[in-house]
Structure formats: C-alpha cells, structure tokens
Ligand binder design. Structure first.
Ligand code: AMP
Length: 520
C-alpha cells in the first residue's frame, strides 16, 4: 500500500519552522503549531475511544484551531464532517442522524442543539479557538493548552501529548464527508477519500504553478470544498503560508493584498471588491494569481477586474463530489465566460440525454472521471449508482459546451439548483418547508439574477383559498418563519403570491416562466 494519508504526504513538504498562518490581529502560527496542536487533538480524540473510520461532525466558526481539529482528524484516519455555520436545528438534526458521529464539535451557542440530537461526546470550540469539554479527559490536557496562541505563547507542555503517529491510510479511505443537497430527497454525504484530496492538490499545484513562497489570502469559509480543499490544501500541500481572514471583508482584503500572492474567491467576493474604492493595480503588485469558482463569474466582472487591477482572473470549475475538474490556464488565454480545459488527469465528456457524446459546440450534460472523483454517497448505494455511468463517469448535472480550443463553458444546470453568493440552495428543500406552512397550498422556488449574490432565492406561493384576505399569510410572516427554520442564505429574499403556478401538460411547474416573470 502506498501511504496516502493526506496529512502525511503534506508533512513531507513542510518544515516545522516555516510560517503557516497569519491573523489580522498579528498572531501567527508556524507549521510546528499545526503539527503539535493537531497531534494533541488527535491524541485526545483517540483516548476517547474514537477509531479510524469513525465520524467527527463539526459546526464551528472559522479559526486556526478549526483547522487544527480538521488535520487532527485527518492524521488519525477519522472522517471529518464540516457543517455550514448557518445551519439551524432542523438541518443539524438530519446530519447527525445520517452520519452517526462518535464526536461532535460545535460552537458553544449550539451546544444545546447538539445535546438534543447527538448520542456522542460533545466538545465546543468558540470563534477565538477556546475548546471546552465536560469530560475528564479534557481536564487531563488542561483547557488552557487548547487555547492556542502565537508560536511564542503556546505551551506544548509534555511532548508526549503532542506526539502522534499518523494513521496509515489507503487512497480509498474516506477523509471527509461533505453534505450536498439534492433536487429531490435528503442531503447526501459525498465521501471524499485521501486519494481524491491528494490527486486534486497535486493537479492544482502544477496547473497553478504553486510556489512554496506563495502567500494565499484566505477569505473563504472552511466548511466548504473551496475554502477547505482548494485553498487550505494548496497551502499545506506545498508547505506555504496564508493570511487568514475569519470572514470575507473587502476592507481587510484590500489591506492584505499587498502582502499576499494568491487570492481565491467566489464571484460575489469579486463584485464586492470592485465596489471598494481602495482596489487598484498598485495593491496587487505582489499578486500572481486570482482564481474564481463555485458559481459563474460574469464576463463583465472579469473585464472590470482586469481594467481596475491589470489582473486576469483564472476561472475554474468543480464541485463537492469531484473536486476541481477544469481551469483556465496559468499561461495561455484565460477566456471570460469559460471555465477552461479539463485539468490533467481529469477526463470530461459532454453527452445528450441518452448518454451519447455531442459534437463540439453542442450543449449537453458534463460527465467527469478521474482520481479526483468521490467514492459515492454515504450509505446511499442506489443514489451513487444513479449518478455514475457504467464506464465510471460521474454525471455532474451541469450543462456545458466545448469550444474549438478545448475550453468548457458551463451554460446551465439540469439540476434544479440556485447558487447564491457561492452557496448552493436546492429549491426542493425550501419548497417542502414552505408547503408545510399553514396557509400555503403550494410553492415554487426559483433563482433570479442578483447583482451581488449572482442569484437570489425567490418564492412563488399559492395561498390556501379558504382563508379570508385578512387571515392570509404575508411576505413578512413567511420570511420570518423561514429565518427561524433554515440557514439564512436559503431564506427567500422575496415572496410573490399567485393564484396558480404555471404547469406544462405533464403537470410539471414551468420554472422557466416564473424566472422570466420575476427576473426584473
Ligand atoms: P459545490 O458542490 O458547492 O462546489 O457546487 C458545485 C456546483 O457549482 C457545480 O456543479 C456548478 O453548478 C457550480 N459551479 C462551480 N464552479 C462554477 C463555475 N466556475 N461556473 C459555473 N458554475 C460553477
């Protein structure tokens, strides 16, 4: 077996004395910090009886300590399951039931929710990186040891506590489960293996010419593939450094760009940066690479950014299940409105509904295959089988076309999905909650173009006829109700009321008509 533990392979490339992560408040962490703190956490979890293949579910604010926990799980062969911090009890309950975790780490404000649903040990980690646990083992380490600080003020205590021998992992061992929702049914846990992570980190490092002295400006969430895999992994895989912002803030990005060489963002980030008057070419003098992904980047944003900064954004395309599949080139033409050619080691083909490959220039569903493609959906073999072809291609559900230079354009989705601010919203999930509201007969949820978020969530609702006008639900009531039930990014920005939904002869709601009607 080739040793494929992602962390062990990264370890070959980093030197303990090198800087790993800098915070805006001046605190810095070295690779020694990453190694010792993750070792200590791995020891702690192992002593709780957690074993290779067990799940650790995590819903915490972004912090350096969050990453130490992530790499601790990786080192010990535990399966790490990050949850979007916006998820509320209704959503968390499902993930816990589906994943049956052996340990849950949450923000202190969520402890009661996790206690309601998780039958496992629970620890809390706040946004400042303070860890608390109510069991005795944590005390034997001393809470203070988890309150890590800069390289200078971290007390590692007894070396034995921080020494941890990484678990040997096969390329097919699961490292992370990332939940993605579906157009129908419940969210699915995409099983991402150590082999997937290695393949993608190696491919992207080469494609983007990663240098060990690169400094990444990290302003993405760490519960999503973009911030966790693409951004953090490229840094750790290459033993390089990152400037770490716990939240995207255009002002801070502008301040940090002169001290960074790479920036990765979702299109909304670029739109917001362009709205900041401090953005100009001078502050980007050290920058060698800007990348965009997770949602379509408008050609206009690409051009505006180039005009303001002299930098051309490299748009790439990927998804939770596959990691990155395509990228515009580092050298060579970066074509706005395209996501570039397939990355090395990734096979792509564009097929019609019967699975036949279409000719160049024609639209069809994009299929991908390669070491980057996930192992399947957690405990859903049927769903997994449905999404793969017999010859091992994964059906992305994205509609694409290929141009004469081999560049792919993503021109739509055959899955009913909205991308708002880089985060995916599945209408089916919102519709089933709306339909359960007293006074709602039926609903349709659509995405409409939005200058800031790319797309905005809009609900179109048929109200129950038996209610008098005064007794009927209002837009405010519906939005308030939704805010209490689901993560904020999924809550409709607007609600429209109609007498009936437009349907085709098969009875299917014609969302294209609704989109046309409400786009303005
Ligand atoms: P996620 O799994 O959250 O990363 O979302 C993946 C989905 O985001 C893909 O299936 C695409 O629909 C969309 N996506 C990601 N990158 C791009 C891009 N550069 N252009 C258009 N859509 C994208």
């Amino acid at each position: 077996m080739t040793e494929s533990n992602f962390y062990s392979r990264c370890q070959q490339n980093f030197s303990n004395s090198n800087p790993f992560l800098n915070l805006p408040n001046g605190r810095s962490y070295s690779y020694a910090d990453l190694h010792h703190q993750s070792g200590r956490i791995a020891n702690y979890l192992t002593q709780l009886g957690i074993r290779k293949g067990d799940r650790v579910i995590v819903q915490v604010e972004k912090s350096p300590q969050n990453l130490f926990w992530y790499f601790a799980c990786m080192r010990a062969g535990f399966i790490y399951i990050p949850l979007n911090t916006a998820y509320l009890e209704h959503e968390i309950e499902y993930f816990i039931a589906n994943a049956s975790p052996s340990f849950a780490l949450c923000d202190p404000s969520r402890r009661a929710i996790f206690e309601n649903h998780a039958r496992c040990k629970i620890g809390t980690l706040d946004g400042e990186g303070n860890f608390l646990d109510d069991n005795a083992l944590a005390d034997s380490f001393g809470h203070a040891d988890f309150e890590t600080g800069s390289a200078e003020d971290t007390d590692y205590g007894d070396f034995e506590d921080t020494f941890f021998e990484n678990e040997a992992c096969d390329a097919s061992d699961i490292a992370v489960i990332l939940y993605t929702s579906g157009t129908t049914g419940n969210p699915k846990g995409a099983m991402i293996t150590h082999g997937n992570l290695l393949a993608n980190a190696a491919t992207l490092s080469t494609a983007w010419g990663w240098q060990s002295n690169d400094v990444l400006l990290h302003a993405l969430p760490t519960f999503h593939i973009h911030g966790l895999f693409v951004a953090t992994h490229l840094v750790v895989f290459n033993g390089s450094e990152m400037n770490f912002m716990t939240k995207f803030d255009p002002e801070q990005v502008v301040n940090w760009l002169p001290k960074s060489s790479v920036y990765m963002g979702v299109p909304t980030n670029y739109v917001r940066l362009l709205a900041h008057e401090g953005l100009n070419g001078d502050i980007c003098a050290n920058m060698r690479l800007f990348t965009s992904g997770s949602a379509p980047l408008l050609a206009q944003t690409f051009q505006d950014f180039e005009q303001r900064t002299g930098q051309t954004i490299v748009e790439r395309y990927g998804m939770t299940e596959t990691g990155m599949n395509t990228s515009n080139p580092l050298s060579g033409k970066r074509k706005p409105g395209t996501v570039g050619p397939a990355l090395a080691g990734v096979e792509t083909k564009i097929c019609d509904d019967s699975g036949q490959q279409v000719s160049d220039g024609q639209a069809g569903t994009l299929y991908v295959k390669g070491a980057n493609v996930f192992k399947g959906y957690w405990q859903m073999p049927d769903k997994t089988a449905e999404e793969f072809t017999e010859d091992g291609f994964f059906k992305t559900g994205d509609i694409a076309s290929l141009d004469e230079d081999g560049y792919i354009s993503i021109i739509g989705r055959d899955k009913d999905m909205i991308i708002s601010g880089g985060l995916n919203v599945y209408p089916k999930e919102i519709e089933s909650i709306l339909d359960r509201l007293n006074g709602v007969t039926e609903s349709a949820v659509i995405g409409v173009p939005h200058a800031d978020f790319g797309e905005a969530v809009v609900a179109v609702i048929v109200r129950a006829p038996y209610l008098t006008k005064q007794g009927q639900l209002t837009e405010t009531q519906i939005i308030t109700e939704m805010k209490a039930t689901i993560a904020g990014f999924k809550v409709p920005k607007q609600v429209h009321f109609v007498d009936s939904l437009p349907r085709n002869t098969m009875g299917k709601v014609q969302k294209n008509i609704l989109r046309e009607t409400y786009t303005s």
